[in-house]
Design a protein around this ligand. Structure first.
Ligand code: FAD
Length: 458
């Protein structure tokens, strides 16, 4: 089998940069081509601090290359959800067991860290201001636009990874090939990023170690902490309708709306109007496609082949998990890229589809259900079940966020558990009812049925 040495990664975002480290570790020569300028010189967020929730699958990939501790230094643990109601009252919901947390990290900061870690490696070279314009998948020739010289360049690597995100040009080229399935679905919601700045003493104006949610039925705002004391807030809002981006036209509309629905947040957002009208509305898209590879010479990875909406906080985590799985396969396939790519895409596709669907479902939970006391009671009962039967029951959120069980298995087990919870909750009015003999008996009976889904053995 011929080993392919010269690998080009299109897109030096989170997944592309991490992938370069894993491949270089195995002795490959890596060239990364990135459309944007070097973000270590030119801030890409226009000064805004966009953050992401990093959880176990992402940590595992960072650990696998020995950079977990470095990233932990700039990550803020979030141990629970804090829900803010329309009067500013707070309710709480832990994310997992005691000590379990998801971590808020700056997207730009993490990307910069990955670049800083990978660039000194003599086998890794970054080429900024290079935009992929076209890929000839049959000849592996890539046409790049150099935004510095305004010239076009052509390269012909042995192997191409398309890590160029949700609007991937590499995937665009594959779409022109036969039997390529492609599906994209937008939500009727967009998002806008806003800021709660640090307190005067540099501290946090809301509880620091939490993800804050203002759930309001068909829309919501969330806030994640940053290490500098600020919070990045994201308003998820319909494009159209009585309460929507379309109806907020000026400062008055905005302030009236915010004071009515997010009253406790308004005094913490001194630049609200300026930011709201300056910042763009982002769209929320799910992208599914197949196959992810072409002829053992080209492979899509990360958002390029499975973009998901952000409501499970798993897009980047799933992209990082791609790398963990790929790395395990590199061990097994030893240079047989054709078989590796085919095996990889077959294994990952059901998991990518599952997390895409779960993420859409979780939007409803976050914007609406978390405000419902009955839902919070249900969550309490579920954690009691999981404590009593740790081998038989792991809550869906825990499986997705705090384990490396395949997303597809988590979804299937989660759906079974959902059915059981519906039956159990018919007998529950308060947390104490969990001890009632009829509840315990019902649960045992249902758990026997659930045994049909075999525990995942890997
Ligand atoms: P990207 O990060 O999009 O990187 C692609 C790179 O390719 C970019 O650098 C881009 O400039 C470059 N590029 C694009 N086109 C070209 C081209 N033609 N030529 C050369 N270069 C190109 N995920 C989580 O895990 N947790 C979260 O909490 C979370 N929150 C999110 C919140 C929001 C609002 C959004 C929109 C997403 C969120 N995500 C989250 C998802 C996460 O951002 C993505 O899954 C992740 O960034 C995907 O990484 P990637 O490297 O595949 O793609």
């Amino acid at each position: 089998m011929t080993q392919k040495k010269n690998i080009a990664i299109m897109g030096a975002g989170l997944v592309g940069s991490l992938l370069s480290l894993y491949l270089a570790k195995r002795g490959y020569t890596i060239n990364l081509y990135e459309r944007r300028p070097d973000m270590r010189i030119n801030s890409i967020d226009g000064g805004r601090s966009i953050n992401l929730a990093l959880s176990d699958r992402g940590w595992r990939a960072l650990r696998g290359i020995g950079i977990e501790e470095e990233v932990r230094k700039v990550a803020v643990p979030m141990y629970r959800r804090v829900m803010h109601d329309e009067k500013g009252n707070l309710t709480y919901q832990p994310y997992g067991k005691e000590g379990q947390a998801i971590y808020s990290v700056s997207r730009g900061g993490l990307n910069v860290a990955l670049m800083n870690i990978s660039e000194p490696n003599p086998n890794i070279s970054y080429h900024f201001n290079r935009q992929v314009m076209d890929v000839n998948v049959r000849t592996s020739e890539v046409l790049l636009q150099n935004h510095t010289t305004h010239e076009q360049e052509r390269i012909k690597p042995d192997l191409i990874f398309g890590a160029d995100g949700a609007y991937s040009m590499v995937r665009g080229a594959m779409q022109k090939t036969e039997l390529f399935d492609y599906e994209q679905k937008y939500l009727e919601y967009g998002y806008k990023e806003l800021t709660i700045p640090p307190a005067e003493d540099g501290g946090w104006l809301l509880e620091k170690n939490a993800l804050h949610i203002w759930p309001r039925g068909n829309y919501m705002m969330i806030a994640l902490p940053n290490i500098d004391g600020s919070f990045t807030c994201t308003l998820f809002f319909p494009y159209e309708g009585t309460r929507s981006f379309a109806t907020i036209k000026n400062d008055n509309d905005l302030l009236n709306f915010f004071v009515e629905v997010f009253p406790d947040a308004v005094p913490l957002m001194p630049d609200l109007a300026q930011e709201y009208f300056a910042n763009p509305i982002g769209s929320l898209v799910t992208i599914k496609c197949f196959p992810w590879s072409y002829d053992g010479r080209l492979m899509l990875i990360g958002d390029a082949c499975h973009a998901v909406v952000p409501f499970y906080g798993q897009g980047m985590n799933a992209g990082f998990e791609d790398i963990t799985v790929l790395d395990q396969m590199l061990e097994t396939f030893d240079g047989d890229w054709h078989s590796l790519f085919k095996t990889f895409e077959r294994k990952r596709k059901p998991d990518a589809d599952a997390i895409a669907d779960l993420a859409v479902l979780n939007f409803e939970e976050m914007r609406d259900k978390v405000a419902d006391p009955r839902f919070l009671l249900r969550k309490k009962i579920e954690s009691k079940i999981s404590e009593q039967y740790p081998d038989k029951w792991i809550p869906l959120y825990t499986m997705v966020t705090f384990t490396d069980l395949p997303y597809s298995y988590a979804m299937e087990a989660g759906m079974m558990q959902e059915k059981i919870m519906k039956k159990v909750m018919k007998h529950i009015e308060s947390a104490e009812d969990y001890e009632k003999p009829e509840v315990q008996k019902l649960l045992q009976k249902q758990l026997v049925k659930k045994e049909k889904l075999k525990p995942y053995k890997g």
